[in-house]
Design a protein around this ligand. Structure first.
Ligand SMILES: *Cc1c(COP(=O)(O)O)cnc(C)c1O
Length: 496
């Protein structure tokens, strides 16, 4: 393809992307194809002779689009939202047009310098303390691929800090602390690093938040066994229920354990820190006081296209001490002089995408106000949805709504005198069949979870095109399917 052919194909691609967005609402939210559908439609080997690009572009529409689940669909309430904005698409397009691996400042000074600035903009948007700013030259921020990578990097830095402070420590005694509600990134990091991971218990009455007391007990037990916890992954906004660990209590307990690193994973909910009214719930003061590292994803609820995970550390030296490997061919005058950031020493890979460009585009186009308005809109819609659930006697909230997430289930009255375990089993069976009905519908997409053995359904708001009318329509669908399963369930109960 030459430049003029690219110009033509590029215009067509943009036209087709616009048509995709115009038609999005008419499409089923999740793909209706069976597993393996594509293998039958695509030859088993790459073509020997190059093909005409128009044919290739048409095949994208014909073969690929039907296999897409439309995360930008206004009726997408599954998992967590994955942001996509046109500003972000254009940022990625420019970034890829100048493709460069950006590992050293000298690779493309703009890549490093824009990232350093945009990370400071973001830190200020979220109210993070000055020590997290790149301009502090002590701490700083870096963009990673995902929150899982951010956590892995933080844990590697924590381990390196710990083993330098405790050279006698044996690796087999090191322990990563998480909770039963921590995202799988904790266990993943433990697998990758060959370390032990301990999930601390959290309770429904604490809304699944880690308490200081639980941590204190675990520390005492592990000390007695000669184990060495060196990092705690705390969460602001867990995936299952939006729980927020009690960072104040955790910080207090860990005051006497200064070699234990606190990583705060706020992959989803961290962006709410842009709004002053959510900073207390999201524990900004405690993050600033206690966290050694903090991560949130712009690519979930933060208007920036996947991937854009932002990680801040209190002290960049712990990252670079753990990850700086500089063979001769990577040495540069500026790097040797220590006057620039070489981001390759702040993450696992060498090369990196130019991600800050899309964040820069989005933050400038929306402004901090537009960003906050967007977060507030999602939370208002969730408050509206939760009120609908609360008002319906056969439904119940499993936990209090968190940010823009509601976790609920069907909970009709059961015969009195039924033992608790039998009640739980009956309601779980009912909700599983309810969820199966919802999951079979093409016009709405939700996902399920389990909290303490209770099967529940998650309703996560945040797609850019979701309006109150969509939420009301979703609620009508939820009620309609509930009426069906409840009628069947009552009929079965009468037969039994
Ligand atoms: C989604 C999520 C993650 C994982 O995010 P990735 O960026 O895909 O690794 C981690 N933690 C929480 C709380 C999440 O909601």
């Amino acid at each position: 393809m030459d430049i003029e052919q690219f110009r033509k194909a590029g215009y067509q691609a943009i036209d087709r992307i616009c048509d995709y967005y115009y038609s999005l609402e008419q499409k089923p939210v999740n793909s209706q194809v069976p597993p393996g559908y594509l293998r039958e439609l695509i030859p088993p080997t790459a073509p020997e002779q190059g093909e005409d690009f128009q044919t290739i572009a048409d095949d994208y529409q014909k073969l690929i689009v039907p296999g897409l689940t439309h995360w930008q669909h206004p009726n997408f309430y599954a998992y967590f939202p994955t942001a996509c904005t046109f500003e972000g698409i254009l940022g990625d397009l420019y970034a890829t047009s100048a493709t460069n691996p950006g590992f050293n400042w000298a690779c493309s000074p703009a890549c490093t310098e824009l990232e350093a600035v945009v990370m400071d903009w973001s830190a200020k948007l979220f109210g993070l303390a000055d020590h997290f700013l790149n301009s502090s030259e002590v701490g700083g921020g870096v963009m990673q691929t995902t929150a899982s990578d951010s956590a892995l990097v933080a844990i590697v830095a924590a381990r390196s800090r710990y083993t330098s402070q405790h050279p006698e420590a044996k690796l087999e005694d090191l322990v990563i602390y998480t909770t039963t509600q921590t995202h799988s990134l904790g266990v993943k990091a433990a697998l990758v690093l060959g370390l032990e991971c301990r999930s601390l218990e959290v309770k429904p009455e604490d809304r699944f938040a880690l308490r200081g007391e639980t941590l204190r007990r675990a520390l005492a037990e592990d000390a007695a066994k000669g184990k060495r916890p060196f990092v705690l992954v705390a969460t602001v906004g867990t995936t299952s229920s939006g729980a927020v660990d009690r960072l104040g209590e955790i910080g207090e307990v860990l005051q006497d354990h200064s070699s234990i690193w606190i990583h705060v994973d706020a992959a989803w909910a961290g962006v709410t820190l842009a709004c002053p009214e959510f900073r207390e719930t999201a524990q900004l003061d405690h993050i600033n006081r206690h966290a050694d590292s903090f991560c949130t994803n712009f690519h979930k609820w933060g208007l920036v296209n996947f991937d854009a995970s932002t990680l801040w550390v209190r002290n960049r030296k712990h990252l670079t001490d753990a990850l700086d490997v500089t063979p001769e061919f990577l040495r540069t005058k500026q790097g040797d002089a220590g006057t620039v950031i070489d981001y390759r020493n702040w993450h696992l890979s060498l090369g990196r995408r130019f991600r800050s460009l899309k964040v820069w585009f989005v933050l400038r186009s929306y402004g901090a106000k537009g960003f906050r308005d967007y977060i507030r809109k999602s939370i208002d819609l969730n408050t509206h949805f939760a009120a609908l659930v609360r008002a319906e006697p056969s439904f119940s909230l499993v936990t209090e709504p968190a940010f823009a997430l509601t976790v609920f289930r069907l909970a009709p009255a059961l015969p009195t005198g039924l033992p608790a375990a039998a009640q739980l089993a009956q309601l779980n069976a009912l909700n599983r069949s309810y969820y199966a009905k919802l999951n079979a519908r093409p016009d709405i997409y939700l996902t399920q979870t389990q909290l303490n053995g209770t099967f529940c359904i998650r309703f996560a708001i945040g797609a850019a095109r979701t309006t109150r009318a969509h939420v009301d329509r979703a609620w009508a669908i939820l009620q309609e399917e509930a009426a069906g399963v409840l009628a069947e369930w009552t009929a079965q109960a009468q037969e039994a």
